[in-house]
Design a protein around this ligand. Structure first.
Ligand code: GRG
Length: 293
């Protein structure tokens, strides 16, 4: 088993262990586990562990942070799919959480995943961190990425924009940098902090995360037009159907592709200082540029 396969196994086993905690009420645990195990790519936790490993950190100790990031990401998808937000029936190829468990439990499953993530990270910081200050910095990056300075702010701006539509790139960038980019950036920076990385390393990871987040979102916008349900596991063409502000609706497909390529170049450049140890992130960037799901 190579290192990357080992990380995947660690993430799956640890998530399963957290979610099988017998103290969680059964139906709540079931609703939380339904979405966490619905077949996500585990992009953010793998990025976190890869950043930690790239800076010679202890991957096992960073595992609670990685699982927490995936739980926060999953909560955001559950809430995003609710009728009061994006109102989606499918996610990761399966019925959305509220379609199976009802809206009340879907809200609680999201709330449960978010608060459990914080609990897991604090527990690890208190009881298992080799360098507690560094671990707390990682935790801080994740919570800021998730909250009112990150993902929640981006989602709020996205909702406001539906009511008062703007066609400005500045608005689109703000939404994407926060709604999608903040958690991707937080994941790589947290991996760097957990490894005890120097400020220059964290700066480079932050620049990579920002460029990668943009690349990820532009390709997501392109796939909303060009993708198919079987590969994406979610409703396709929704953005166009709702006249949503996206890179494709603002610039057209060709320019959106050029912007994705530019973001990929920026992401590669940000990794220069890490040399060959950044192979995971170079490959991820190339795969994201040409992704079909
Ligand atoms: C409800 C606070 C709150 C926030 C929701 C993340 C988000 C904010 C909304 C999701 C909308 C969306 C589809 C954004 C595009 C980028 C994105 C986050 C895609 C899903 O991420 P993947 O592809 O998903 O990593 P998997 O299923 O593989 O984990």
């Amino acid at each position: 088993m190579n290192a990357r396969e080992r990380w995947n196994t660690l993430i799956e086993n640890e998530l399963a262990a957290y979610l099988s905690d017998a103290r969680i009420p059964r139906q709540l645990a079931e609703a939380m586990a339904y979405s966490v195990t619905a077949g996500g790519k585990r992009l953010r936790p793998r990025m976190l562990l890869a950043a930690c490993d790239m800076l010679h950190g202890d991957v096992a100790r960073a595992l609670p942070l990685a699982c927490a990031v995936e739980m926060i990401h999953t909560y955001s998808l559950i809430h995003d799919d609710l009728p009061c937000m994006d109102n989606d029936d499918y996610r990761r190829g399966k019925l959305t959480n509220h379609k199976v468990y009802g809206e009340g439990f879907a809200v609680l499953a999201g709330d449960g995943l978010l608060s459990y993530a914080v609990e897991i990270m604090l527990d690890a910081a208190i009881h298992d961190a080799a360098d507690q200050a560094a671990y707390l910095r990682a935790l801080d990056a994740i919570i800021k990425g998730a909250g009112v300075h990150g993902m929640v702010a981006g989602q709020a701006c996205d909702l406001m924009n539906e009511k008062q539509p703007s066609r400005e790139e500045k608005t689109l960038r703000y939404i994407h940098e926060n709604k999608t980019g903040a958690m991707l950036r937080a994941a790589v920076c947290a991996g760097g902090y957990a490894a005890g990385g120097a400020e220059t390393d964290i700066g480079a990871l932050n620049a990579f995360g920002a460029a990668y987040g943009l690349l990820f979102q532009i390709t997501d916008d392109i796939l909303d037009v060009e993708g198919d349900f079987a590969r994406m596991g979610k409703t396709i063409g929704k953005d166009a159907g709702t006249e949503k502000l996206t890179y494709v609706s603002l610039f057209g497909l060709e320019t959106a592709r050029e912007k994705a390529e530019a973001a990929a170049r920026e992401a590669h450049a940000a990794l220069a200082a890490f040399g060959e140890r950044a192979a995971f992130f170079h490959e991820l960037t190339d795969r994201t540029l040409t992704r079909k799901s």
